[in-house]
Design a protein around this ligand. Structure first.
Ligand code: AMP
Ligand code: MG
Length: 335
């Protein structure tokens, strides 16, 4: 395909436009994230935010590469999974641009986009993906032409758990980076930390995970007088170890030797180190894309749209969003 593919990401709190060129090479996104002063994210408020910033960001993404709208030859968007009102705004923008420019529309699977940008960035071929984001926590591997979910959270996503715990301590969204900072402060003052008095429940359930009990127990530690820094450290150790354990079992079971991290929580240095150690122990390798491609971004949507556009496009009549789109509903039709 000649020209540029535009990608539009609106599954949750972020509206992001991204681009890949005719060779599928990615370029940085133009993004804006809703950060409420208080409380969590309300889907309709996030959707209103996306509508408000869309025009400015579309101008910005074109300007970044000195393009005009007519350089866009294909438009892809997150068709699901995600928050309904947010997805609908992205789909409406995508339909509008595609109709106006008379170029093909490609609705793509957000979770699969995280995998494909990671493969492209890290040069791995057939990894087990540990996808750790705000709303999702999944261990995924390619088997028989689909990405299959081998394990996932049974309640909330790991990022939501970190954000909720942080919010209860008065830390605004996103809480994950602040928790990482506090954990590091704790380690600086306690180079040989002990779990004594900081133990939390085990989050592994077979091949699945569960985080809400971990969050409640961490809050209880604070109520009982443990320092915020110490609990942040313990919370990271417990939550990440659980994810890494499920990922390791997935590698053992499938015989795959590459591990790939994706999702916003993959920005965390501690989970990156734990994955490295586990993969090295198994004579494998662990990979993590640059942080701008771990968080939700339009570029990964453009990349997957570019990959898929050679085999299929989305007709307007089938362009409706699917809040509950599953990772394994998307056949892998690209190399
Ligand atoms: P996403 O849903 O993929 O856009 O990722 C957003 C989530 O990533 C939020 O829950 C953030 O708190 C979390 N996050 C971002 N940076 C970090 C970090 N350094 N450590 C832990 N969590 C993080
Ligand atoms: Mg995501």
């Amino acid at each position: 395909m000649s020209g540029w593919t535009l990608g539009i990401e609106t599954t949750a709190h972020t509206l992001s436009f991204g681009l890949v060129n005719a060779e599928g090479e990615p370029f940085p996104s133009a993004s804006d994230t809703l950060r409420p002063d208080q409380g969590g994210i309300h889907p309709r408020e996030a959707a209103d935010h996306h509508k408000d910033v869309a025009g400015r960001l579309f101008g910005q993404i074109l300007e970044q590469q000195s393009l005009s709208p007519s350089d866009i030859t294909s438009v892809s968007y997150s068709q699901g999974p995600g928050l309904g009102p947010c997805l609908r705004v992205g789909a409406a923008i995508a339909r509008g641009i595609s109709t106006r420019l008379n170029v093909p529309l490609v609705g793509v699977n957000h979770c699969v986009a995280h995998i494909e940008i990671g493969r492209q960035q890290c040069g791995c071929n057939d990894p087990v993906l540990l996808y750790v984001s705000g709303g999702n926590t999944q261990v995924i591997a390619r088997l028989n032409g689909r990405y299959r979910v081998l394990g996932e959270t049974l309640d909330i996503g790991i990022g939501n758990m970190l954000d909720k715990f942080a919010r209860a301590q008065g830390i605004p969204f996103p809480g994950g980076p602040v928790i990482e900072q506090k954990a590091n402060e704790y380690l600086k003052n306690n180079p040989n930390p002990s779990m004594e008095g900081l133990r939390l429940p085990y989050a592994v359930r077979g091949m699945d995970l569960a985080f809400s009990g971990l969050m409640t127990a961490a809050q209880r530690l604070i109520e009982n007088g443990a320092s915020l820094e110490s609990v942040c450290w313990s919370l990271q150790e417990h939550a990440f170890a659980a994810c890494v354990e499920v990922a390791e079992r997935a590698m053992a079971h499938t015989g795959k030797r590459e591990l790939l991290l994706g999702g916003g929580v993959a920005c965390n240095e501690r989970i990156r180190t734990m994955c490295d150690e586990m993969a090295t122990d198994r004579d494998g390798t662990s990979h993590a894309p640059p942080k701008m491609y771990c968080i939700d971004n339009g570029t990964m949507i453009a990349r997957l749209g570019w990959l898929e556009a050679t085999k299929r496009t989305t007709q307007l009549s089938e362009s409706a969003i699917d809040q509950y789109l599953r990772t394994d509903q998307t056949p892998i039709v690209w190399p």
